[in-house]
Design a protein around this ligand. Structure first.
Ligand code: MN3
Length: 202
């Protein structure tokens, strides 16, 4: 079963003025599509991989045949990360967290401290990568990963993540990654994040 780019759950301009329409087109239609195409090409080389979900491939990345392991690390990783990313954003999003995620954030020191720590993880990630809230062994933690590495590769579950690759923000924010990270909270979809929290293994 070939992987596919899921349709964007809102219009390309719906996250304006925080994320611009052109960035959304390039990011979703070109970057995500390339991850999917490259992952499918790698999966096509090994019948045993064709029975697995992209998530299961990432969880077992060290058991993936070596000739396609780094291709899938990058591209199945890119597919899974971006499939989450589109859904945890929405127009008229943001505001204070509600539901169970609000309790988790409170335990991590409150929303202001949480945003600061999450943004800091994104700013300090050298080069390309992601800032995350993960849960691992029942413990919640803010981390960052390089490239398209998924927390799933490390036995963790990604509750929410922000893409800090330049392709996510450069057209609008140029080199001002910190400004993008701050603006991003205006499009966060807490309902979807609560859904992921409920689905996380405990
Ligand atoms: Mn991206």
């Amino acid at each position: 079963m070939a992987l596919e780019v899921p349709p964007l759950p809102y219009a390309y301009n719906a996250l304006e003025p925080y994320i611009d329409e052109q960035t959304m087109h390039l990011h979703h239609d070109k970057h995500h599509q390339a991850y999917v195409d490259n992952a499918n090409a790698a999966i096509a080389k090994h019948a045993e991989l064709q029975q697995k979900t992209a998530e299961d491939i990432l969880k077992g990345i060290n058991r993936v045949p070596e000739d396609v392991r780094s291709a899938l690390r990058n591209n199945a990783g890119g597919h899974v990360n971006h499939s989450m990313f589109w859904k945890i954003m929405k127009p008229q999003g943001g505001g204070n967290p509600s539901g169970k995620i609000a309790d988790v954030i409170k335990d991590l020191g409150g929303f202001d401290a949480f945003k600061e720590k999450f943004n800091d993880a994104g700013v300090k990630r050298f080069g390309s990568g992601w800032a995350w809230l993960i849960v691992k062994g029942g413990k919640y933690e803010i981390i960052s990963t390089a490239n398209q590495d998924s927390p799933l590769m490390d036995g963790a579950y990604p509750i929410m993540g922000n893409d800090v690759w330049e392709h996510a923000y450069y057209l609008k924010y140029q080199n001002r990654r910190a400004e993008y990270l701050k603006a991003w909270w205006n499009v966060v979809n807490w309902d979807e994040i609560n859904k992921r929290l409920a689905e996380a293994p405990r």
